[in-house]
Structure formats: C-alpha cells, structure tokens
Design a protein around this ligand. Structure first.
Ligand SMILES: [Ca+2]
Length: 349
C-alpha cells in the first residue's frame, strides 16, 4: 500500500516536471498578512502568472474532472475589513467594516470557456443569452456613434452568446483559456451546482480579492514598482482610446498577471465576476454604462445583484473599479461581454 502511494507520488512529480506544473510548496505561501493555508501544500496548480504561461494554458485545470477541487485553493477564512473608506460611496464599510467569513475553496481563475464547454457538453445546458436570443456586447464606438446615442459602446447583439461572443459567425476557437462571458447569474449558478459548488457571497469574494492584504495599496491602480499594469484594465481614454499598456485591449486569457497573496488570478480586471448577493446600499451610476440601456424594450427588469473586481473596461477616467472593494450592480439575467464568474466550495459546519 505504502509502495503504491510512493509510486503515485513519484508519478505525480514526474507528471508535474514533464508539463511544467507548479506544485504548491509550503515555503513562500506566507507572503500575505494572513498565512496562506497549509491545506494547499502539495496540490498541483496551474502554471500561470505571466503572459507566456497564460497563452499556453489549455483553460482546464490540472486533474480537471478527476479531482473535485481541481483548479481551486483553500482559504482559511477569518476577519477582514469589508469595503473601503477611500472608494465610492457604495463601498464604504458598515461600522468599522470588520467582517468574518468561514473557510472555503475557490477557483484560482475565472471559469474558462474550456471549463464551461465541458459543463454544456455534459448537461446540454442552454444559457440565458441563447434563450433571449442576444446579449450586451462591448464595441469600440466611432465618434459618430458616440454623438448619436448614449452608451454607444454597448450594443444588443442578436445571436451573441458565450459560444458566439461577437454574434453569429464569431466563435471561441483559440479562446478556450479566456473567461467565459455572456453568462447570467443563473448560468453561473447552474455551472457551480453541477460541480457541487456555489457562487461566492460579496464578502467571501472580497475577502479572497484582498488576498490577505490591507491598507491604501488595495485602492491604488494595479501597477508594479516600475509602473507596469499588473491586471487587465483600460489604460487610455474610455471608450475610444485604449493604449494597451497592459498588453490586452479586450478580454485576456486567465492568469496572465501575477496572483494575489492567496494565489488567485485576475481578481482585479479582465472580467467582472458574479456573486450571489443582491445589490443593496447607496446605488451608484453604472460607470461603464448600464447594459440594460441597450436591452430590448420588451425585456422585463430583473433583480440587481453584485458583481465584483472590475473588467478590461475599467479606466482611470471612467470606472475606477479595478479594486477588490469596488462593486457594481447588474440585473441577474442580463448577459454581457465583460462579466464572468468563479466558484467556491464552503467548508462544512
Ligand atoms: Ca487592458
């Protein structure tokens, strides 16, 4: 028995070496203010965190479908300051902000097109965008279009869906390592439940997004010591000039930038992420423009729920929401091209 275990361990190490997979080691896991969880010691993790690595990523975590927690890391949970005194009004902490969350497993990356495709193949699931025959899609507008209507960067595209993100004729070939988008909260929940998981609450998401850190740096634009962007957001003048300083004008593959202190990628930028919480508190205007403005007039408005993390559309001059405490409201059944999700699995008891 012990020999088999040893052999398995040896094969695992060989597999990891052969495919360049990073094995979580205990050393170096304690960079954040809160200790990273030893439950992650020895887990096979995707080799992500740079442009070269994300480009090579298949979009499927190591041991996908064999390990029920494939692609996830465990967080202890604990107390943190929920919200920010430096952000928008709707993110001001209640009281002193001190909030406690329990332990949970969480996806290291946004759910990718490859992962969502596995779900659809296994279940035959039909997304809300497919049922609604369309979705809100971002397109860089011309000056004439900007003059012609509000929110000219949003278009309701008939036939747009997760598999056809630009509408009929478009596809996701070559994009399997990107976040799945154009999915609603119900679509995200259906995927999560298929894996026996859930969507995070806003507090769980923000605890994970802050990565064990606190202080003013959490509210600064994500840039390194040399000024280089460390997340996929918008540099330039939204929505007409994208200087592409971060290397991506639209969605990027998951994991192109370094992880946060909890080994989580793209908690900031790339795609907004669904939570399971209804949006409450002082409502702010939609800083990237309300996608509901372009939805068909016959469409019934749904409950506003919280999305977190900002997206590739958040710029300094228009949506300063590339921060863990930032929040935005989105109608639960409104699919859009800048919103994806990740899943969690709470500890029992
Ligand atoms: Ca960008």
């Amino acid at each position: 028995m012990s020999l088999n275990v040893k052999m398995l361990a040896a094969y695992g190490a060989l597999f990891a070496a052969a495919f360049g997979i990073a094995m979580a080691a205990s050393a170096g896991w304690r960079a954040g203010h809160r200790a990273f969880d030893d439950a992650n010691h020895g887990r096979l993790l995707a080799p992500l965190g740079s442009e070269k690595q994300c480009e090579r990523y298949s979009g499927l975590p190591v041991n996908w479908r064999d390990d029920p927690k494939a692609g996830m890391v465990h967080l202890h949970g604990g107390a943190f300051i929920f919200g920010s005194t430096r952000g928008y009004e709707d993110e001001r902490p209640a009281g002193d902000g001190r909030t406690t969350v329990g332990g949970f497993w969480i996806d290291q990356t946004d759910v990718t097109n490859a992962q969502f495709a596995t779900f659809v193949r296994a279940t035959g699931y039909v997304t809300d965008a497919e049922k609604q025959h369309g979705a809100a899609v971002f397109r860089t507008p011309t000056r004439e279009q900007m003059d012609a209507r509000d929110f000219a960067w949003w278009t309701w595209v008939k036939g747009a869906s997760w598999q056809h993100p630009g509408g009929p004729g478009s596809g996701i070939d070559g994009l399997m390592n990107q976040p799945v988008t154009l999915v609603t909260q119900a679509d995200a929940l259906a995927y999560a439940q298929w894996l026996g998981r859930d969507l995070p609450t806003e507090a769980e998401w923000e605890y994970a997004g802050k990565g064990g850190a606190d202080g003013a740096d959490l509210d600064a634009a994500p840039r390194d010591a040399h000024g280089k962007p460390t997340a996929n957001y918008w540099q330039g003048a939204f929505p007409v000039l994208n200087t592409n300083e971060d290397g991506h004008t639209g969605l990027s593959p998951v994991g192109c930038y370094a992880s946060n202190g909890f080994k989580l990628y793209d908690m900031i930028g790339n795609a907004w992420e669904w939570t399971r919480d209804v949006y409450t508190g002082p409502h702010q205007s939609h800083t990237n423009g309300d996608t509901a403005a372009v939805a068909p007039a016959t469409r019934k408005h749904d409950t506003l729920v919280v999305i977190k993390g900002g997206s590739f559309l958040c710029s300094r001059d228009y949506c300063v929401r590339y921060r863990a405490s930032s929040r935005e409201q989105q109608e639960a059944d409104l699919p859009a091209s800048h919103i994806g999700f990740r899943t969690i699995l709470r500890d029992r008891g």
